[in-house]
Design a protein around this ligand. Structure first.
Ligand code: FAD
Length: 394
C-alpha cells in the first residue's frame, strides 16, 4: 500500500518561506507543500523597499519570489490572506484566522519573520509610518512625494537608507537617534562617524542622544517634542527602531521561545517535526541565543531547514552574519561581528576618501569586517574571516 505524501506546511510570506518551498521542490521530494501567508501579495523581497521602491520612477512592483503561477506549476499550494493564529502541536493542526477548517501538517516550518517595532508615544498617528511591507513602502513613497519635511526616528540601517532616498528626492530630513551616534554599537565609533558625516554632507540633520517625549498631529504636520526641549515639525515621520518577533500565538503550544522561536542550526525546535527559519528563528549557539535579521541568513536558513526536515544534512554551516546596506550611492557590506575584545585595523583605502575596508581582529584572527564602496577588497576580508573561524572558536 502506498503511503500518502507527507504534508509540509510553511507559515510565512517572505524570502524564508519562499526559499524553503523552492528548495523542497528542487530536492525533488514528493511531499505536499502548503504555504500560509497573511499577506495579500505573493512572497516578495524586502530589501528593495527602503531603496529602489522609494526612488525608481515609476514605482517598481515588488520583486516576487514565488508567484501564484510558479507555485501552481511547482505543486505548491500558496494560500494568501491566511493568518495563522493557533497551533495544536499534539494533534498537528493549525488554526487560521477566519477559516473554520484547521490545517493539518506532518512537518511544520515557522517562517513568520519579524514586525517593525512601534513607540507608544507615536502610536495611532496617521503621519507616522513603519517600513516592513510593500504597502508600507508605497505609503512612505507617497508621503515623500507630498511632504517637504521628514523626521526619521531611529538611525539604523533601514532608517538611514530611507534618509538617503528622501534626500535624493529633495526632502528635508532630520534623524532622531537615542544613542550618541547612529550605528556606533554595530560599526564602531570611527566607521559610524564616517557614515554620519556622509549623510550630514548630503543635508541630513541629526539629533542624537535624545528621545521623543510627545507627539501631536496638527492636521497638516506632526509636532514632535524631544527630551532636550527641541520641537520638530514633520510632514511625515518614519519609524526605524528595530523589530520584534510576534510570539503570542505560539505561547502555550510547548514550543520554546526566547527572542524568537528557539531552534538549532538546522531549524529544529524542541517539538518534533516543528522547525523555524529566518528572522523568527533564534539559534542556540553555546550559551547564547542569536536572532537574525538579515536577508542572506534568512535565505540560508530557509534552505537549511528544507534539508533538515527531509533528514538531509547540508555539508557546511555558513554563518558569517553577512549583510549589506545601500544608502544612496554608498555601498556598505559587513560580515562577522565587532566583538568587545577586537581591535579595528584599516586594511584597504582610507575613511576620508569614503572607500575603505576595516577588520576587527582578535590577535591575528578576523572576527568581522566592514567595507564601504570596496566590494572587491571586502572579499579578501570575508575569506580571512572564514579562515579565522576555527581560531576564534578555540
Ligand atoms: C525595508 C527593509 C529593508 C531591508 N534591507 C536589507 C538589506 O539591505 N540587507 C539585508 O541583509 N537585509 C535587509 N533586510 C532584512 C531582510 O529583508 C529580512 O532579514 C528578511 O526579509 C527576513 O525574511 P523572513 O522571510 O524570515 O521574514 P519576513 O520577510 O518578515 O517575512 C515573514 C512573513 O510571514 C508573514 N507572517 C507573519 N506572521 C504570520 C502568521 N501568523 N500567519 C501567516 N503569515 C505570517 C508576514 O506577513 C511576512 O510575509 C531588510 C528588511 C526590510 C524590512
Amino acid at each position: 500500500m502506498a503511503f500518502p505524501p507527507e504534508r509540509v506546511v510553511i507559515i510565512g510570506g517572505g524570502v524564508t518561506a519562499a526559499r524553503t518551498a523552492h528548495t523542497l521542490r528542487d530536492l525533488d521530494e514528493p511531499c505536499a507543500i502548503t504555504v500560509l501567508s497573511e499577506e495579500a501579495l505573493p512572497p516578495y523581497d524586502r530589501p528593495p523597499l527602503s531603496k529602489e521602491a522609494l526612488l525608481t520612477e515609476p514605482a517598481p512592483p515588488p520583486t516576487t519570489l514565488l508567484s501564484l503561477d510558479e507555485a501552481a506549476a511547482r505543486g505548491i499550494d500558496l494560500r494568501l490572506g491566511h493568518r495563522v493564529v493557533g497551533l495544536d502541536a499534539a494533534a498537528r493542526l493549525l488554526k487560521v484566522d477566519r477559516v473554520e477548517e484547521p490545517v493539518p501538517y506532518d512537518k511544520l516550518v515557522i517562517a513568520t519573520g519579524a514586525r517593525a517595532r512601534s513607540l507608544p508615544v507615536l502610536e495611532g498617528l496617521p503621519r507616522v509610518h513603519h517600513l516592513r511591507t510593500a504597502e508600507d513602502a508605497a505609503r512612505i513613497r507617497s508621503a515623500l512625494e507630498s511632504h517637504e519635511r521628514l523626521v526619521l526616528v531611529g538611525g539604523g540601517f533601514i532608517g538611514l537608507e530611507v534618509a538617503a532616498a528622501a534626500r535624493i528626492r529633495g526632502v528635508e530630513v532630520t534623524v532622531v537617534e537615542v544613542a550618541p551616534r547612529p550605528l556606533a554599537g554595530v560599526l564602531g565609533e570611527e566607521v559610524a562617524m564616517h557614515l554620519q558625516q556622509w549623510h550630514s554632507d548630503r543635508g541630513v540633520r541629526f539629533h542624537c542622544g535624545v528621545s521623543i517625549t510627545g507627539a501631536i498631529d496638527r492636521g497638516t504636520h506632526v509636532e514632535l517634542s524631544l527630551d532636550d526641549g527641541t520641537v520638530l515639525e514633520a510632514g511625515c515621520v518614519v519609524l526605524g527602531v528595530g523589530v520584534h518577533r510576534e510570539l503570542d500565538w505560539i505561547a502555550g503550544t510547548g514550543i520554546e521561545t526566547h527572542l524568537g522561536v528557539v531552534c538549532d542550526h538546522n531549524g529544529r525546535t524542541n517539538i518534533p517535526e516543528v522547525f523555524a527559519a529566518g528572522d523568527i528563528a533564534c539559534v542556540h549557539d553555546g550559551g547564547a541565543c542569536r536572532g537574525g535579521s538579515h536577508w542572506t541568513a534568512a535565505v540560508e536558513s530557509g534552505q537549511r531547514v528544507a534539508y533538515g526536515l527531509l533528514g538531509l544534512e547540508q555539508e557546511q554551516e555558513i554563518d558569517e552574519a553577512y549583510f549589506w546596506s545601500y544608502q544612496g550611492d554608498l555601498r556598505l557590506m559587513s560580515v562577522g561581528h565587532r566583538t568587545p575584545s577586537s581591535v579595528m585595523h584599516l586594511v584597504s583605502g582610507d575613511l576620508a576618501s569614503g572607500k575603505f575596508v576595516v577588520e576587527w581582529r582578535e590577535g591575528d584572527a578576523v572576527a568581522g569586517a566592514v567595507a564601504v564602496n570596496s566590494a572587491r577588497d571586502f572579499l579578501h576580508s570575508r575569506m580571512a574571516l572564514r579562515g579565522s573561524k576555527g581560531a576564534l572558536a578555540r
